[in-house]
Design a protein around this ligand. Structure first.
Ligand SMILES: [Zn+2]
Length: 252
């Protein structure tokens, strides 16, 4: 992960006038009326990307869905969503116990949820810290008791958030599903009362999530970031949160 951020920083710093950094995002925050639109779009994109990419050999900064797509992985909730290892996303009882999973040796079409020839080199993917943050937030909120104070208070914060420019149409369904935008998460982190609505277990997980955001996912990387990330993983385990692919990436 650290390599990822350094790579993107470095790219931005050394861009020449003829180069561009392409940031691609199929965010869940943009809902589509017809799911097929997205897959249709992906198919068209696959072919156009193949030719363009081969020509330019870009490094790409993408969200996890795009990583999946560009590497030819099957979309949706698959058994092996990680492109680095063969983490079994369905073996939930092993998730927080088993740290080391077999490495994914190659990206062979037909094996372990690879359905297309990868379009880009695995080493050329860069995830943005925002997407890691969104994924961690999602699992935190999903693990909350929906009748509890903490969850109810999130709704209050978001309703009080005046600036709807970034996120029109607040919906309880999205919040229950743990789908937030960057500005919403910032607002929740800023709220001084939020911690007081939590149980001890929720508070530990939240505090360590915020520490990871400030000491690892932002511009500043603390020297003890590994410790901070480990603490968060262990707190999410205690919270009985599901492990997301983002958590998994933090372990690599
Ligand atoms: Zn992995």
């Amino acid at each position: 992960m650290v390599g990822q951020y350094n790579a993107i920083k470095d790219l931005k710093k050394h861009l020449t006038i003829e180069e561009a950094l392409v940031h691609v995002d199929f965010s869940e925050n943009y809902s589509l009326k017809y799911a097929e639109v997205q897959s249709f779009h992906f198919r068209a994109l696959y072919y156009s990307t193949e030719s363009t990419y081969n020509e330019h050999q870009w490094s790409i900064c993408v969200d996890l869905k795009m990583v999946n797509f560009l590497l030819g992985q099957q979309s949706g909730y698959t058994k092996y969503p990680c492109f680095i290892c063969l983490w079994d996303s369905r073996a939930k009882e092993d998730h927080w116990k088993k740290v080391v999973w077999p490495a994914r040796e190659n990206m062979t079409v037909g094996a372990s949820n690879i359905i297309n020839k990868p379009l880009v080199d695995r080493g050329k993917n860069i995830f943005s810290p925002l997407h890691i943050k969104l994924g961690l937030m999602k699992q935190f909120v999903r693990a909350l008791d929906k009748d509890g104070q903490c969850f109810k208070y999130i709704w209050v914060i978001l309703q009080n958030l005046v600036n709807w420019i970034f996120f029109p149409g607040l919906s309880m369904e999205k919040i229950k599903a743990g789908i937030f935008s960057g500005p919403q998460i910032r607002q929740i982190i800023k709220d001084e009362q939020f911690l007081y609505t939590m149980t001890d277990i929720e508070a530990s997980a939240w505090k360590s999530f915020v520490l990871v955001v400030h000491n690892f996912l932002g511009n500043h990387k603390s020297p003890n970031y590994e410790e901070i990330v480990q603490k968060m993983l262990s707190d999410f385990k205690t919270l009985k949160a599901n492990m997301s692919l983002q958590h998994r990436f933090l372990m690599h």
